[in-house]
Write a protein that binds this ligand. Structure first.
Ligand code: GAR
Length: 191
């Protein structure tokens, strides 16, 4: 079994899609949900699916490598960020080379970087009167939203689409693709 840890800071609708996708999978399972916020909806989702959870404390996460020990215990092979807002520290990137992916609610390299998350992204896309937006799945490195792109999907925007509508269109794409892209990465043998 390949064992995934999902990192999320908020509602967790992408986490839920991933959990559901791998519920009865023959070779991949969601083994752990990690959050930095004790009120995050994703923790309730994890509990409802009997998935263990881990709450991060900022300084320990950034400065110690204790998490690597936890991941050994849970036998984590792969990490999927799903609305996780903290930067991933270098020790974790090094320990999981090309095994950490993130989903971003825009067509990177545009509308990425520190502070560009959730509704801030959709407001910026709206303000720029973009005719399309979309989502990006990419590998994670030590910078926000800068790792190599794995997959993108786009949606057309009309002048009537406010940031809320843009968010809905993008979230629909995320729900459609993220779990499948993770599955492909985990079942396709590396050359
Ligand atoms: C998603 O749209 C995800 O792309 C975004 O947060 C949302 C989380 O929604 N991530 C970022 O903005 C990261 N820069 P969810 O909690 O319902 O899955």
């Amino acid at each position: 079994m390949k064992r995934i840890a999902i990192f999320a800071s908020g509602t967790g609708s992408n986490a839920l899609k991933i959990i559901e996708h791998f519920k009865a999978h023959s070779s991949i399972e969601v083994a752990l949900v990690v959050s930095n916020k004790d009120t995050a909806g994703v923790l309730e989702i994890a509990k409802a699916h009997q998935i263990p959870t881990l709450l991060l404390e900022k300084n320990i996460f950034r400065k110690s490598t204790q998490l690597l020990n936890d991941f050994k215990v849970y036998q984590i092979d792969f990490i999927a960020l799903a609305g996780f807002l903290w930067l991933i520290p270098a020790y974790l990137v090094k320990a999981f080379p090309n095994k950490i992916v993130n989903i971003h609610p825009a067509l990177l390299p545009r509308y990425g970087g520190k502070g560009m998350y959730g509704h801030y992204v959709h407001e910026a896309v709206f303000a720029a009167k973009e005719q399309q937006s979309g989502m990006t799945i990419h590998y994670v490195n030590e910078q926000y939203d800068e790792g190599n792109i794995i997959f993108q999907a786009s949606c057309t925007l009309t002048p009537n689409d406010n940031p809320t509508i843009i968010a809905q269109k993008v979230l629909q794409l995320e729900h459609k693709h993220y779990a499948k892209v993770i599955e492909n990465l985990l079942i396709t043998p590396k050359k």
